[in-house]
Write a new protein. Structure first.
Lengths: 251, 356
């Protein structure tokens, strides 16, 4: 595999009982890019990213991350990846600093706790218990824990869900700085504006497979046909035209 | 990877060794939970005080006798009141069964010539009451004593129920704190998806499982010292073993129950399930392991099982070092049983642990 791919997976399969969560999904993430995995609820985004993170074993297909496989290089990969999961709740009664210090201790290399606190703008909250943080502050702590080992590749699962606009902007800033330092990002989101702002390339996933892939501009030009003259095409139009307008209840 | 230098904390950006950080995290979580502290330290004291009130440690036990009101009840009452070991009250016929059943009285005396003793011979205190009452009544009736023995009343420290009980309470505390605190914190971390997040980091799983056991050892000192000192100072319980030996036994017990706590919490996903599992494990041991009454009351056929239980081993070992001053060699088999309960559950837990 070519060295300039950060993630490469082919024909991934994962089922839970009768439910097929991932059905022959393939994608490639280049080093240094920000790649977005878009899709409605239940499309298989989280299952896919957890397989790539080595947290779930696929039923079939191949995964290479940073040119390595989970079976042969788990420890090395864990040292080099930064991972933020949906819904992690850190220990309520540890402080921000204690939580970061704990995560920092797992890594052989990385930033200092002070540096991280500055990076995610939590200096003022270093001595606060996690339970006292706002949603945005908790999310920044989660990102700081993902950045603690100075990762080559960052996985983010719906990083801005439930955040207010200021917190989202702040988080986007952190990710931009991470990219400027040469980091690679793979994120899932269902905010189209987030994907348009942050991502170099996106893949739209539905029913466990990739149904469209490309830069946001490419997808918009090829798929979003402006319906009225005044309305410019957006990624939102692409998404809706591909995945339909019916509601997806959480699978 | 570089070899750890003397200055190895700087390699970790100001953090300590992961095992130390994980242990510190557990300790902080624990001491910031006031209820947990309360149960750890107050429970053994409350328990010992309650038991010492229920089972007085000095003086002969008092015999409580009920007299059925009737014609010659007065003379009977006078004859019994002469004995300082007997407390008398009137119990009408309709109340007698209830009073006997509840232990309000140990024996009913129905006036008559001769009187009738009504009691259940299965109860030790009722048999004692019968002998005491019989003696007092016959003496009052003018029985001639062939001779009167000299009584040499002594107190053997360590032979009272309270002495025997306190090491059991200490063992019970070590069991409960180990199982419940570790089991619950593990399930909580699983529910909060924190385990999954930790598993996504390069944290060594073995170290994660060792940390709660190590953090238990930090609180073990006060946890054991408080009830033992309380027993020694308030009840004059003899402490014949050295601090080193007592600590050694306590550590062996804490590790065994820490390891079992991990095993209990290794797969469970709800608080209801972990509570059920804990009760299923601890309640039989409360009964079987000889904390409140001797385990030798159970038939020989089940003794091998009872002796193999971790709580039995810990209770016996603690009584050995505290009351008899046993050496560690003297309680080698108990320590071996505790070591087995440490090693096997730990490695099973490590294998079957559910991180999501």
């Amino acid at each position: 595999m070519s060295v300039d791919l950060a993630v490469r997976c082919q024909n991934l399969q994962k089922r839970y009982g009768d439910v097929v969560a991932v059905n022959g999904l393939s994608l490639e993430v280049r080093r240094g890019e920000c790649f977005g995995l878009l899709g409605p609820n239940g499309a298989g985004k989280t299952t896919t990213i957890e397989i790539l993170e080595g947290l779930l074993a696929p039923d079939g297909g191949e995964v290479q991350v940073l040119g390595l496989t989970w079976l042969s290089h788990e420890r090395e990969l864990r040292q080099r990846l930064g991972i933020q999961l949906q819904e992690t709740q850190f220990t309520d009664k540890l402080t921000v600093e204690e939580t970061l210090r704990l995560f920092r201790s797992f890594y052989d290399r990385g930033r200092s706790v002070d540096e991280l606190l500055g990076l995610v703008e939590l200096d003022g909250k270093r001595g606060s218990w996690v339970v006292k943080l706002s949603g945005g502050q908790k999310q920044r702590l989660s990102i700081a824990c993902a950045l603690v080992g100075d990762p080559d590749l960052l996985f983010l699962d719906e990083p801005t869900t439930g955040l207010d606009p200021q917190s989202r902007q702040q988080l986007w800033g952190i990710l931009r700085r991470f990219r400027e330092d040469g980091g690679t990002v793979l994120l899932t989101t269902h905010y189209m504006d987030e994907a348009e702002t942050l991502c170099d390339r996106v893949a739209i996933v539905d029913q466990g497979r990739v149904i469209a892939e490309g830069t946001p501009e490419e997808l918009i030009t090829s798929l979003a046909k402006p319906k009225v003259v005044v309305h410019e095409g957006t990624l939102e139009d692409v998404f809706m035209s591909l995945t339909g307008r019916h509601l997806r209840d959480d699978a | 990877m570089t070899t750890p230098s003397r200055n190895s904390t700087s390699r970790r950006g100001g953090a300590h060794h992961p095992l130390l950080e994980l242990t510190l995290a557990r300790l902080r979580e624990f001491i910031r939970e006031p209820e947990a502290l309360f149960w750890t330290f107050l429970f053994p004291i409350v328990m010992s005080v309650a038991m010492s009130i229920a089972f007085p440690s000095s003086g002969s036990p008092v015999v409580r006798v009920g007299i059925e009101p009737g014609a010659s009840a007065d003379s009977l009452r006078q004859a019994l009141a002469a004995s300082k070991d007997i407390v008398v009250r009137d119990v009408p016929a309709a109340d007698q069964l209830r009073a006997l059943r509840n232990g309000e009285v140990h024996l009913i005396v129905v006036p008559g010539r001769p009187p009738t003793y009504r009691f259940d011979p299965v109860r030790d205190e009722s048999r004692l009451a019968r002998l005491t009452v019989d003696d007092a009544l016959k003496r009052a009736a003018g029985r001639a004593e062939p001779w009167s023995a000299h009584e040499d009343l002594i107190q053997i420290p360590g032979s009272r129920y309270v002495d025997w009980l306190i090491p059991g309470i200490v063992a019970l505390g070590i069991m409960n704190n180990g199982l419940w605190s570790i089991g619950f914190m593990t399930v909580q971390a699983r529910l909060r998806k924190l385990l999954k997040r930790l598993a996504a980091s390069p944290m060594r799983k073995r170290e994660f499982l060792m940390a709660p056991m190590l953090s238990r050892l930090v609180f073990l000192g006060p946890e054991v010292a408080v009830p033992v000192l309380f027993g020694a100072l308030v009840f004059g319980m003899p402490v014949r073993g050295s601090i080193v030996n007592i600590s050694g036994v306590a550590v062996a017990g804490a590790l065994a129950f820490g390891s079992l706590g991990l095993l209990m919490g290794s797969r469970v996903r709800t608080f209801e399930a972990i509570s059920g599992l804990m009760n299923l494990t601890t309640v039989p041991m409360w009964v079987l392991s000889g904390v409140f009454f001797s385990a030798s009351n159970f038939p020989d056929a089940v003794q091998p099982v009872i002796q193999g239980l971790p709580l039995t081993a810990l209770v016996d070992a603690l009584r050995g070092v505290i009351l008899e001053g046993s050496t560690l060699q003297g309680i080698g088999s108990e320590l071996a049983i505790l070591a087995g309960w440490t090693i096997v559950p730990f490695f099973v837990a490590l294998r079957i642990f559910r991180w999501r």
